[in-house]
Design a protein around this ligand. Structure first.
Ligand SMILES: Cc1cc2nc3c(=O)[nH]c(=O)nc-3n(C[C@H](O)[C@H](O)[C@H](O)COP(=O)(O)OP(=O)(O)OC[C@H]3O[C@@H](n4cnc5c(N)ncnc54)[C@H](O)[C@@H]3O)c2cc1C
Length: 346
């Protein structure tokens, strides 16, 4: 039985772990955080459950639709009510793309991070949480992973790397292995930079609706300081009745410029921005939450074909660095495809 190590318990790493464990491999996932599901992230607070990273899922392929609606338990999935409208830099709101609005958007009643938990429950693999892998070593045909506590984990026959590209490059810099192959992989992933983004959660002790009872407003010309505003109340089971919980995502440009500002000042800017977009009559804030995403969305895509020679040393890649935009279904696809490549190789 081959032993496979996966770094990252996001959508791509967990999809790969699920598929590989079903194929009979012994799989160990290493995740630096306490939670799982990566940027498909949810949190609970004051009786509300909310998605503060990826906001919704839209399966774009039969493979992912089958995974979500057939293979994994699906009774907790909920279709999100309401359209996505657009707004421009002046704050002018338009109806949005009818084709896109006709497509169903999904999350889980218990939050989008349930996706990661379902992949873990349906698979048969181990996860080491709160384990930051800081360096890698390949000797003979075996991989070892050294964590931040200095512990060596392994040996493994194959290694799958799934973090955002800049974090993969950070690991490759600390890798003892076939030097030309590692240098080539750094060339493949090095050019894939990521946008940073803030998510600000605004809770009101009153009902506040977006225009036309929309689910969300998205900035179409990318020139507004707000990139996205959505109503978690359009998701069944997320928000306490009589309250409103909005997700405001600041634009990548504004987020980069204000990256080191305090959460209080970023939350205040988000409130002002949302208030002015919705006509300056927002109620007083009841409570708020905040997340700084250093690596939110890839700005470009690496080509998976450019990584094939790494398979010769048992090294594989997945994650949204190979999708070119931040999409959970795309990340899942890269994980399933990596599992197929690993199974073919071992
Ligand atoms: C604000 C925001 C809004 C978004 N909106 C949407 C949306 O509405 N719809 C949509 O489909 N997508 C959306 N996305 C994008 C989507 O969340 C990502 O594309 C997807 O979740 C990426 O999955 P992944 O497995 O590639 O990476 P990740 O989810 O980032 O998983 C990688 C994992 O690796 C771990 N890790 C990194 N380095 C190490 C290390 N050295 N050791 C151990 N563990 C490590 C990380 O902690 C992480 O858990 C959004 C993202 C953000 C941030």
């Amino acid at each position: 039985m081959s032993r496979i190590a996966i770094i990252g318990a996001g959508a791509s790493g967990l999809a790969a772990a699920f598929r590989l464990s079903k194929g009979g491999s012994e799989v160990c996932v290493f995740e630096k955080s306490r939670g799982v599901s990566g940027r498909a992230a949810s949190r609970s607070r004051n009786g509300c459950r909310y998605d503060y990273g990826a906001n919704y899922l839209k399966p774009q392929s039969n493979e992912i639709a089958e995974l979500l609606f057939k293979t994994l338990p699906h009774d907790d999935l909920c279709r999100i009510a309401g359209d996505i409208l657009t707004f421009d830099r002046t704050g002018h709101i338009s109806p949005g793309d009818p084709k896109q609005n006709a497509e169903s958007k999904w999350t889980y009643r218990s939050g989008i991070s349930t996706l990661g938990k379902l992949l873990i429950e349906a698979g048969d693999f181990t996860i080491s949480r709160e384990t930051l892998i800081s360096s890698l070593s390949h000797e003979g045909t075996q991989w070892s992973l050294i964590d931040a506590d200095g512990k060596t984990n392994g040996p493994f026959d194959a290694l799958l790397l799934t973090p955002p590209a800049p974090q993969i490059v950070g690991l490759l810099v600390n890798t003892k292995a076939d030097a030309p192959v590692i240098a080539k992989m750094m060339d493949v992933l090095g050019p894939v930079s990521y946008h940073s983004q803030f998510s600000v959660l605004l809770n009101f002790n009153a009902n506040v609706n977006l225009p036309n009872q929309a689910f969300a407003l998205i900035n179409s010309d990318r020139e507004h300081q707000l990139a996205w505003l959505s109503d978690e109340g359009r998701k069944a089971g997320h928000v306490v009745q009589g309250e409103t919980l909005m997700v405001a995502q600041m634009s990548p440009g504004w987020s980069a410029e204000h990256y080191d500002d305090s959460p209080a000042s970023i939350t205040s800017a988000a409130y002002q921005s949302v208030s002015s977009l919705l006509g300056d009559n927002l109620p007083t804030l009841h409570w708020s939450d905040f997340q700084r995403w250093r690596y939110a969305h890839p700005c470009a895509a690496a080509k998976i074909e450019d990584t094939v020679e790494a398979a010769e040393i048992g090294l594989f890649f997945a994650g949204d660095a190979f999708v070119g935009k931040g999409r959970v279904p795309g990340a899942l696809e890269t994980g399933l495809a990596a599992a197929r490549r690993i199974i073919e190789t071992f």
